[in-house]
Design a protein around this ligand. Structure first.
Ligand SMILES: *[C@@H]1O[C@H](CO)[C@@H](O)[C@H](O)[C@H]1NC(C)=O
Ligand SMILES: *[C@@H]1O[C@H](CO)[C@@H](O)[C@H](O)[C@H]1NC(C)=O
Length: 507
């Protein structure tokens, strides 16, 4: 706008003064140059203005020196167009904090790191609805991960309490005089709405302490008041910061990755024993391996489904991509073999036997052990959740995030990246890809151009561009609807991501 205005102003003067052609040319060039200068100045300011106030981001965006990549398609690394959308988590004018004096909610969270994080964020909202004081939740020590960490090992406890001060009261422990008091022990119903918790709040007439046995999926994804949804976002994206040792290590590793490799993909390679066993996915495994996984599945109590047809799982798109499939997929998208790929995962099942099918295609696989010293990692060994937290940070900060399976971590990271300004997340269409991989295997399709074309078309709209959270697929009725809706934390749009009209609400 500015440049066009100044252009017109100057050209009108030329006509009145009748200058020689060479001077006109000189002025034209001068004006042209000035317009370009104004344009870039304007663009630059706009970009800086759009930066999100995430603590880690500030170091990231300016340090993209890529040493050696040739002219591969730059678009591969570009974030999707975000239409000027940005995070918005401020409460509305109607909102009131809940003080909840003398009523306490104690919580045992269950599951791995990300299941606990979303569960705890929901419990913050539930404590607000029920007007209760939240006692710092206990973490799960019995899940597959067997991690003995307590809340303050993983999260910044003080920050959690302080930053939610205006929303709910949080205390470290039950007051001494209530330790022996009778508690109502509740299994809250899954995907419940506000009405349910207002009903449950009647228990305060008889009890001062309510204990929640399980925290995952206790709150509906949709149809909750805007202020409750925003409170979930404040809890998840602002209050539940990791503990200082984890944040520090995460940042340090991101810095080392960037200075050594420049841009990188973070690959959540969910090719771990528990996941393969739980999903019954045996494709590409030896008989001995699938037998081991079957035995593990049948002996794990809290995995309910025991008999699984591996072929049907795979065809349905319910299996994590194998390391080989990930390699073929990323090459087909156009990523050059030199691309650095950070492996965000625990132990890869079968170790190098399976991993080599990825590293043969992408030799620059980067593991935590390559970036951190043994001393730095020592504090984290045998603490799966703390390791997962470091992976979470590195995944959030990556240029491109690719999950090989849509589990809790994949969903949480994808949602967080949307919240931070629609950073690129390439979500593999596993059902579609399996069809393609099978055609490759039968020779019906060739690697190279035809494969690339198919894979790229298939993923054009799966790059983390803004879109509203999806409801359940049509035709699904009753309570199954809640389970099949897209998770709130996978896409907190529209409640916590807003257009430019609500700019004032930006935090
Ligand atoms: C919350 O509880 C306190 C007492 O603990 C009460 O004074 C207040 O009115 C309650 N607020 C709501 C919104 O119910
Ligand atoms: C598993 O499912 C496939 C495809 O539906 C079928 O061909 C196969 O016989 C099934 N295997 C077993 C062991 O039931």
């Amino acid at each position: 706008m500015v440049s066009r205005g100044s252009h017109n102003l100057y050209t009108s003067r030329f006509h009145t003064r009748k200058l020689s052609p060479s001077i006109i040319t000189f002025y034209t060039i001068l004006i042209f140059g000035f317009s370009i200068f104004v344009f870039f100045f304007y663009v630059r300011n706009t970009i800086i203005d759009e930066d999100q106030p995430h603590p880690l981001l500030s170091q990231q965006s300016l340090s993209h020196q890529v040493p050696e990549l040739p002219m591969y398609d730059e678009k591969l690394w570009d974030p999707p167009f975000s239409h000027g959308l940005h995070q918005c988590v401020k409460p509305t004018a109607r909102y009131k904090g809940a003080q909840g004096v003398d009523r306490y909610l104690t919580v045992r969270s269950n599951g791995g790191l990300n299941q606990m994080r979303t569960g705890i964020s929901d419990m913050v909202a539930v404590a607000h609805i029920m007007n209760a004081t939240l006692v710092i939740p206990q973490l799960d020590k019995r899940s597959f991960w067997q991690d003995s960490s307590v809340f303050s090992d993983i999260f910044d406890e003080l920050h959690f309490i302080e930053s939610l001060k205006g929303d709910i009261k949080i205390v470290r422990e039950l007051p001494k005089n209530l330790e022996g008091a009778p508690r109502a022990r509740k299994h809250f119903t899954s995907w419940a709405g506000v009405g349910y918790y207002e009903e449950v709040a009647r228990l305060w007439n008889d009890y001062q302490v309510i204990h929640v046995a399980k925290s995952d999926s206790r709150l509906a994804n949709n149809d909750l008041p805007l202020d409750i949804q925003r409170l979930r976002c404040r809890a998840m994206y602002q209050a539940l910061r990791f503990s200082p040792p984890i944040e520090d290590l995460g940042k340090r590793l991101v810095d080392r990755l960037r200075s050594r490799w420049g841009r990188y993909i973070a690959l959540h390679l969910r090719y771990e024993k528990d996941m393969l066993s739980f999903t019954g996915c045996a494709y590409g495994l030896t008989d001995a391996e699938s037998e081991e996984l079957r035995v593990l599945r049948e002996s794990t109590n809290y995995w309910k489904v025991k008999k699984i047809n591996a072929t049907e799982q795979r065809i349905g798109g319910f299996c994590p991509l194998t390391p080989k499939e990930v390699g073929v997929f990323l090459l087909a998208l156009g990523f050059p073999p030199s691309t650095p790929i950070y492996i965000a995962a625990g132990e890869i099942y079968g170790g190098n036997t399976h991993l080599s099918e990825l590293s043969s295609r992408f030799p620059n696989l980067v593991f935590k052990e390559h970036l951190a010293t043994p001393e730095e990692l020592k504090a984290f060994t045998n603490h799966a959740s703390q390791n997962a937290a470091v992976d979470y940070i590195i995944s959030i900060e990556s240029d491109v995030f690719v999950p090989s399976y849509s589990g809790n971590m994949a969903r949480a990271v994808e949602g967080h990246r949307r919240f931070l300004g629609h950073r690129k997340t390439i979500n593999p269409d596993r059902k579609g890809l399996v069809e393609i991989f099978d055609r490759l295997e039968t020779g019906d399709l060739k690697e190279g151009e035809p494969l690339s074309h198919l894979v790229q078309q298939m993923h054009k709209n799966r790059e983390g561009a803004p879109r509203k959270r999806q409801g359940s697929p049509p035709g699904i009725k009753g309570r199954a609807r809640f389970r099949t809706e897209e998770s709130f934390y996978e896409d907190p749009y529209p409640e916590c991501i807003c257009g430019s009209r609500s700019k004032l609400e930006r935090t």
